[in-house]
Every structure is written in structure tokens, then in C-alpha cells.
Design a binder for this molecule. Structure first.
Ligand SMILES: Cc1cc2nc3c(=O)[nH]c(=O)nc-3n(C[C@H](O)[C@H](O)[C@H](O)COP(=O)(O)O)c2cc1C
Length: 388
């Protein structure tokens, strides 16, 4: 079967394939979905200003971020519980990212061991870290990632508690999945999804967390409980503690203000990810895109600035890069591919985004992604972003 035209087609197919509980977990946002909606609206506010009659015979979407070459300004971002969509999901995402010339970020809440992901892929792997109350778990996770050759640590700081997600409460969504009458009804009406889950031996498990917790009995349930025990005391001073355990590159993900970007810069981290967690955490948070110009200016050349939220088109990636993000994280988009068509679907989604990126660069008359700047927008871009 031929590839579908756009990411939204994979989204629509994923909706058909997934049990309701898995679809809601993937798509959902916090409270009344204001932040989730705002993430997309921000791209709509920006209008391009093309420069015509420019030689665009050759186009180059590649950039360098943290010393690593990326085929386009994007990284396949960290998402937990990916086994809800397809067996061995992290291995599939890592290998597809590598084929597309992009790094892949493995989540603390991954459903494959970080060592297994490494065995599946020779590509660049980064680790996303949630710090639990038992700091030993994080220490062991970092040691394992170092030993497996992960190059970048991404500390997520916007999740001291989970955001309010009504749909998950309604669906009784808890890890590991428990068989309830509601789940049974959901499963029976989605036999293809049910077969996928059976192929991986039932409910996906937080095996990565369980391995670092090092407990022997009922690992999965304990890991699930621990995933809800974030260390709420974590503060800026703990960056030193992380540094002591992680000698590689360090990013802080979940920044949403210039003030916090400056604090991050003062700690000497290598970079930040402007993010509202795909609209899943704090309701009525701003969209990262609208903060990007001011944060990029504050960061200067001292640290890398990345952003995420709502990337569904190659033109979205171009807009983010032009406003000062060195690269974006792709959250849901590759997961739509995975849920719709398995590993092949991830390849297709990443190819679509790259192709759209290149087309946008050509139509803009700015064929090199590395040279993008706000000059590719109509003059009123600042006002339009402010008016969001
Ligand atoms: C289903 C799902 C699970 C996620 N799990 C994590 C996670 O484990 N760690 C993390 O730092 N961010 C997590 N995120 C947030 C993403 O890394 C990213 O910030 C967000 O998805 C970007 O928005 P987008 O999905 O609109 O592209 C998750 C997002 C989704 C949609």
C-alpha cells in the first residue's frame, strides 16, 4: 500500500486502529484542552514572505545540533507507554529515526529496555529522565544509558505531578492495564489492536523503570507505582547532582519563560526544550512557539534552544527553526505513523515531514535550513504571535 499524503491521514487511521483508551492517552490534553489547541494555533498565526527568483535547485534541510548532524531540524521526542500502540515500539521508533538521520529520545516511561533499543539501533540515542523520590533509580538509569552509549540526557521538569486528564480518569487508565468490563468492551471492538497487545504478551510494562528500580517481585506494578512518585522537591541546585552522574550533554525540557531559561543558562546546562508537554500538563500554558523569539534571544549562543508542541507539517518545523529553535521534538506525529501502520508508518511520517520541509524551503527561496531567520516571515509576525 502506498504512503498516505499527510501526517493527519496517519492520525485518522491511528484513531481507527487504537482501542479508545490508547487513543485517548495518545491524543489527550489537560483539562479543557486550551493549551493543546493553542499549540496548533500558534503556527497558523505566522505568515511566510517568500523570496522569488532564487536558485533553489539544491535544497539542504540538514542542521547540526549539539555537535550531531540532523537530516532536518527535528528529533524524535520522548513519549512514554509507546507499547500501547505497537509491540517493541521504542525499537521501531529508534530504527526509523536512524534511517531518517535523526536522534531518538527514549523515555524513562518506555516499554522497552534502553539496552534493547540500543541493540536494535546504531543511531544517536538520547535518554529522557524523570526523577523519582528514590534518587537511586535515576542514578542507575543514567549509568545504564552511559554504558549503552546514549549521548544526551534530557531532564523533564514540567511533571512534578501528572496534569488533569479527564479522559484517562474516565477510561480508568492505569499501568499495568487492568481487565475491566470497560476495557473488555473496548478490546472486543478493536480486534487488531487486541492482537498487537497479545503479540507482546499483554499489557505493555514500564520495564525500563523496573530494571533501574532493581526490585525482584511484581516489577511492573511497582514500576508503575514509582512512576507516579516524582521527586517534587527537585530544584535548580539538583542540576549539580545530575552533572555528577552524567558527564555528557544535558538538556532541560519543559521551560516556559524567559526567567527560567536564564536560570537554566546560569546552571551551565547545554540547552533547553521549550515545551508544555504537548498540552498535557499545565492548562492555560502558553504555546512554546510564541515564547520562542524572546527565549532564543535570552539564551544567545550560550545554550541550545529546542522546542516542541503541535508539529504536524514540515512547514511547522521551518517556522520553529526560523524563530530561533535549533530543532524541534516530534511527539505525537511519529506515534500516529506507528499506530496506523507499524514501523513502516513511522518511516513514512518522517519522510513526509522531511519532504514538506524541503518543499517549504524551496518555495520560500531559502534552500538551506541552517540559514533560516525571521526574515522569512511577513513583517507583522511579532504582532500576530502576540495577538494569539
Ligand atoms: C502520549 C505521550 C506521552 C508522552 N510521554 C512523555 C514522557 O514520557 N516524557 C516526556 O518528557 N515527555 C512526554 N511527552 C511529551 C512529548 O515529549 C512532547 O513534549 C509533546 O508530545 C510535543 O507535542 P506534540 O505531541 O504535539 O508534538 C508525551 C507526549 C505524549 C503525546
Amino acid at each position: 500500500m502506498a504512503a498516505l499524503p499527510a501526517v493527519q491521514d496517519y492520525r485518522a487511521l491511528a484513531h481507527k486502529r487504537l482501542a479508545r483508551m490508547a487513543r485517548d492517552y495518545l491524543e489527550g490534553g489537560a483539562e479543557d484542552l486550551r493549551t493543546l489547541g493553542r499549540n496548533r494555533k500558534a503556527y497558523d498565526a505566522l505568515l511566510f514572505k517568500p523570496t522569488v527568483l532564487t536558485d533553489v535547485t539544491s535544497v539542504d534541510a540538514s542542521v547540526e545540533v549539539l555537535g550531531q548532524p540532523l537530516a532536518m531540524p527535528a528529533v524524535v521526542g520522548p513519549t512514554g507507554l509507546n507499547g500501547l500502540y505497537y509491540p517493541r515500539a521504542e525499537e521501531a521508533l529508534a530504527t526509523a529515526a536512524h534511517r531518517a538521520g535523526l536522534p531518538f529520545v527514549v523515555s524513562t516511561a518506555s516499554t522497552s529496555l534502553l539496552e534493547d533499543v540500543r541493540r536494535a539501533s546504531d543511531g544517536e540515542l538520547w535518554l529522557q529522565l524523570y526523577v523519582q523520590r528514590d534518587r537511586g533509580i535515576s542514578q542507575r538509569m543514567m549509568e545504564r544509558a552511559r554504558a549503552a552509549g546514549y549521548s544526551v540526557l534530557m531532564l523533564t521538569v514540567d511533571t512534578p505531578v501528572h496534569g488533569v486528564r479527564d479522559h484517562d480518569i474516565r477510561n480508568g487508565f492505569k499501568m499495568p492495564l487492568r481487565i475491566t468490563s470497560r476495557l473488555m468492551a473496548d478490546v472486543i471492538t478493536h480486534p487488531r489492536w487486541c492482537l498487537r497487545m497479545l503479540r507482546q504478551g499483554g499489557s505493555p510494562q514500564l520495564v525500563n523503570l523496573a530494571r533501574s528500580a532493581g526490585t525482584a517481585v511484581n516489577l511492573a506494578a511497582q514500576a508503575a507505582a514509582m512512576s507516579r512518585q516524582m521527586d517534587m522537591s527537585l530544584d535548580w541546585q539538583d542540576i549539580d547532582w545530575l552533572r555528577a552522574h552524567w558527564p555528557g550533554r544535558l538538556l532541560v525540557k519543559g521551560i516556559l519563560s524567559v526567567d527560567d531559561a536564564l536560570k537554566a543558562r546560569a546552571t551551565g546546562v547545554d540547552g533547553i526544550v521549550l515545551s508544555n508537554h504537548g498540552g498535557r500538563q499545565l492548562e492555560s500554558a502558553p504555546s512554546p512557539l510564541e515564547l520562542l523569539p524572546a527565549v532564543a534571544e535570552a539564551a544567545g549562543s550560550a545554550m541550545t534552544v529546542m522546542m516542541d508542541g503541535g508539529i504536524r507539517r514540515g512547514s511547522d518545523i521551518v517556522k520553529a527553526r526560523a524563530l530561533g529553535a535549533q530543532a524541534v521534538l516530534l511527539g505525537r506525529a511519529p506515534l500516529y505513523g506507528l499506530a496506523a501502520r507499524g514501523p513502516r508508518g513511522v518511516d513514512e511520517v518522517l519522510q513526509i515531514l522531511r519532504r514538506e520541509c524541503e518543499t517549504t524551503l524551496r518555495l520560500l527561496g531559502c534552500p538551506r535550513a541552517a540559514e533560516l531567520s525571521p526574515s522569512v516571515f511577513q513583517p507583522a509576525w511579532k504582532e500576530r504571535l502576540k495577538a494569539l
